[in-house]
Write a protein that binds this ligand. Structure first.
Ligand code: S3P
Length: 190
């Protein structure tokens, strides 16, 4: 227990005010893992998509259908830039955020990025059959997800840390995240 507490303290001090940003495809567990990770590290948890909805005064679904994806992406860029000015926090981002070079650059300046990598079957199981997510409201959401994997995984792999989000209890994944974070921060990267 004492060892665990000192590891947590070490992580938060080595962050030196930087945030932890979770990236990955829809359904990989950014929000649920992020919430648990924040509790473990005693840091605030912030969900970028919820903040975008708050700023816009409407749901992501309505932003996409009424204003279009470009307006959503613009709001996403502004909201994430604002959130990255906060001191250390766990920030879950929407699946498309890290694909924007400006957001990626901003994340690398202010945060440690963690990619929660998951395979197609797991993602499809997690997003369910009728997703509220605008990008998956198509006749063949599995094909869309497969395409997003091909387009995005080569970019997601630029994250500082990669953790496999497998079919395991969330606490097991959080433990893995904490271990990799401690390794990352205590090697040459601090
Ligand atoms: C998107 C993912 C969603 C949300 C929006 C677009 C994407 O967030 O930002 O629907 O481009 O992958 P989650 O990854 O949290 O579902």
């Amino acid at each position: 227990m004492a060892a665990r507490t000192s590891r947590i303290q070490k992580i938060t001090s080595l962050l030196e005010g930087r945030s932890i940003v979770l990236i990955g495809l829809m359904g990989c567990g950014k929000s649920s893992i992020g919430r648990r990770l924040a509790t473990r590290l005693k840091l605030p948890f912030v969900d970028a998509d919820s903040e975008i909805e708050l700023a816009a005064g409407k749901s992501i679904q309505d932003i996409f259908s009424e204003d279009g994806e470009d307006v959503f992406r613009d709001g996403e860029r502004r909201v994430i830039a604002r959130l990255l000015d906060n001191s250390s926090q766990v920030l879950a981002t929407g699946g498309g955020a890290f694909m924007n070079a400006g957001i990626r650059d901003n994340i690398s300046k202010h945060a440690i990025s963690i990619w929660l990598r998951a395979d197609l079957d797991l993602l499809m199981e997690r997003v369910g059959r009728r997703s509220h997510r605008p990008l998956l409201q198509t006749d063949d959401p599995r094909a869309v997800m497969q395409k997003l994997i091909s387009e995005r995984y080569p970019v997601y792999q630029q994250a500082d840390i990669t953790v496999d989000s497998q079919q395991a209890a969330h606490d097991v994944i959080v433990r893995d995240v904490v271990r990799k974070l401690a390794d990352y921060l205590t090697t040459t990267h601090n």
